[in-house]
Ligand binder design. Structure first.
Ligand SMILES: [Zn+2]
Length: 461
C-alpha cells in the first residue's frame, strides 16, 4: 500500500468491463488504475469525481481514422490531431488508431513514419497508435518494415484497390516480411478488378447518380478480397485485420475464412451500423458516399448479430474530415464525390445508444465492441480496453439518462460535416480521463489538455 493517496477517485459509478458490471470506486495513481474499492470507501484523493447514476467505462478505441489526410492535389482534409483529439475525447474516445500515409512516392517508409509521429506529437488530447500503409513492395519497404515495427508501429494496412493498391504478389511478399517480424497485416479488402468492371458497366448505362453508387462497389468484391488475404495469412499462421467490413456477404467471408483456420479480426464502422442504403435516396445522399458502401437493411442486421455474439472485433469511425465544399462539389456524380466523412466524435455515443437503448445489448457488450476486443487485436491490451488494476486510467463517465442530439456533438474542424446531425440519442459522455488526466469535465473539453495524449509504441506478440 502506497503512503500517498490517489490522484483521482471516481466514486459511486458502475464499473463496466467486457465481462462484468460492478458498483466500485476507481482510484487512480500516476496515470494508472491503482485500486478498485467497495463503494463508499473513506479514502481521500486529490480529485474526487461523483459518478452516482453513471457508468464508468474503459475509454473508447477508434481503430480507423484519417486525421489531416493527404489528398491527391497536395492539400489535406480539414482537421489536425488537436481538433480531432478534442472531438474524439468529447465523444468518449481515448485512443485513436490512425495511419502513416504515403506522402511522397520516393519517401522511405521509416521517414514517412517519423513525419507522421511528429504530427501526432504536435498536440493531441488522446493517445494515438499508427498503422503504416504499404503501397509498394520494393527492397527499401521490405527493409523498413522491421524498423517501423521496432518503433512500435506494429499493425499495417494495404489496399487491394485505389492508386495505392498492391497486387497479390506484392501482398504475399509484404505479408511474409510483416509476419517474420511479429507485425499484424491489415487490409482495405475490395477486389479492384471487380470494382473496375462494375463501375464501367454502370457508366455505360449513364448510372452515375448517388443512388447508383452502391452498384459500383458490390459486396462480392469485398468477399473475394477478404478470402484471398485471409488464405495468405493462414498460410503464414498469422492473424489478419480486415478494415471496414460493410455487410453480410463480407462478414460471411470472414466467418468462412475463420472456419478454414484463419485468425481474422473484423472491423466494421459506425455508419454501417447506424444507416442503411436508403440514405442514398436522400437529397443529401452524397454525404454518405464512403467506401465500401453502406449496404441494405439485412446487412445492417447481420452486423448487429455479429456484435451481439461477439464475432465482430471492432468498430472504427473511418473518420475523414473532407470540407463540406469539397464533398458537395459534384452532388449528382458519385464518381467525383470524394469517399469518406467525419465521424470521430459520434462513434461512441451512437454505439452506446444503438447497443444499449435500441438493440437490447448490455453495457458489457458495448465495452467489448467499443474498446476491449480492439485492444486485444491491436496489441493494446490490457493497458487499454479494460478497467483493471495497473491498466491505463483511460476512463469515461457516461450518464445513461441524458439525451443528446447530433447537432451538439463537436466537429473535428469548423469546415467539415458529419452524418449524425439528425441523430437523437441517450447516454451522454460527462467526464473523460486519459491516463488519469481530465480532458473532459461536465461535458466540456479542458483546452489545457491538448498535450495529454502520447504516441503509443506497441510491442509485438
Ligand atoms: Zn479508411
Amino acid at each position: 500500500m502506497s503512503d500517498r493517496h490517489p490522484d483521482l477517485l471516481i466514486r459511486g459509478g458502475i464499473v463496466v468491463t467486457g465481462h462484468a458490471l460492478e458498483r466500485l470506486d476507481v482510484a487512480v495513481t500516476a496515470g494508472r488504475v491503482s485500486a478498485l474499492l467497495a463503494p463508499g470507501s473513506a479514502i481521500q484523493a486529490d480529485d474526487i469525481v461523483d459518478a452516482e447514476g453513471c457508468y464508468v467505462l474503459p475509454g473508447g478505441i477508434d481503430t480507423h481514422t484519417h486525421v489531416s489526410w493527404p489528398l491527391a492535389d497536395g492539400t489535406r482534409t480539414d482537421d489536425g490531431f488537436t481538433g480531432a483529439g478534442r472531438a474524439a475525447a468529447l465523444g468518449g474516445t481515448t485512443t485513436l488508431v490512425d495511419f502513416v500515409p504515403p506522402l511522397r512516392p520516393d519517401q522511405r517508409l521509416i521517414d514517412a513514419a517519423e513525419e507522421r509521429i511528429a504530427e501526432v506529437e504536435s498536440g493531441c488530447a488522446i493517445d494515438v497508435a499508427l498503422h503504416p500503409i504499404l503501397n509498394r513492395a520494393d527492397k527499401s519497404v521490405q527493409q523498413d518494415i522491421s524498423k517501423v515495427i521496432g518503433a512500435g508501429l506494429t499493425s499495417f494496412k494495404m489496399y487491394t484497390t485505389y492508386d495505392d493498391r498492391v497486387n497479390d504478389g506484392q501482398i504475399w511478399t509484404l505479408m511474409q516480411e510483416i509476419v517474420a517480424h511479429g507485425g499484424l497485416p491489415g487490409f482495405h479488402a475490395e477486389n479492384h478488378d471487380v470494382l473496375t468492371e462494375s463501375l464501367h458497366e454502370l457508366v455505360e448505362h449513364g448510372r452515375i447518380a448517388v443512388p447508383d453508387f452502391p452498384g459500383s462497389r458490390p459486396a462480392l468484391a469485398e468477399a473475394t478480397a477478404i478470402k484471398t488475404v485471409s488464405h495468405m495469412a493462414r498460410a503464414l499462421r498469422s492473424p489478419v485485420y480486415i478494415f471496414h467490413v460493410s455487410g453480410a456477404e463480407a462478414f460471411d467471408a470472414v466467418l468462412e475464412s475463420r472456419r478454414a483456420g484463419a485468425v481474422v479480426h473484423a472491423e466494421t464502422c459506425t455508419h454501417y451500423l447506424a444507416f442503411d442504403d436508403s440514405v442514398f435516396s436522400r437529397s443529401d445522399g452524397w454525404k454518405f458516399i464512403i467506401t465500401p458502401p453502406i449496404r441494405g437493411r439485412h446487412d445492417n442486421e447481420r452486423l448487429w448479430e455479429a456484435i451481439a455474439d461477439r464475432t465482430m472485433t471492432s468498430v472504427g469511425s473511418d473518420h475523414c474530415a473532407y470540407s463540406l465544399a469539397s464533398k458537395s462539389a459534384h452532388p449528382d456524380d458519385h464518381r467525383l464525390t470524394p469517399p469518406g466523412a467525419a465521424g470521430i466524435q459520434a462513434r461512441t455515443p451512437v454505439l452506446w445508444d444503438q447497443c444499449v437503448n435500441r438493440r437490447g445489448l448490455t453495457p458489457s457488450d458495448f465495452v467489448a465492441i467499443s474498446a476491449e476486443s480492439a485492444a486485444k487485436a491491436l496489441g493494446l491490451y490490457p493497458a487499454k480496453g479494460t478497467i483493471a488494476i495497473g491498466s491505463d486510467a483511460d476512463l469515461v463517465v457516461l450518464d445513461p439518462a441524458r439525451q443528446w442530439s447530433g447537432k451538439d456533438l463537436p466537429a473535428a474542424s469548423s469546415n467539415t460535416f458529419d452524418l449524425y446531425t439528425d441523430y437523437i440519442g441517450r447516454g451522454m459522455v460527462e467526464h473523460v480521463f486519459v491516463r488519469g488526466i481530465a480532458v473532459v469535465r461536465d461535458a466540456n473539453y479542458d483546452s489545457s489538455s491538448t498535450n495529454a495524449g502520447s504516441l503509443l509504441r506497441r510491442s509485438t506478440r
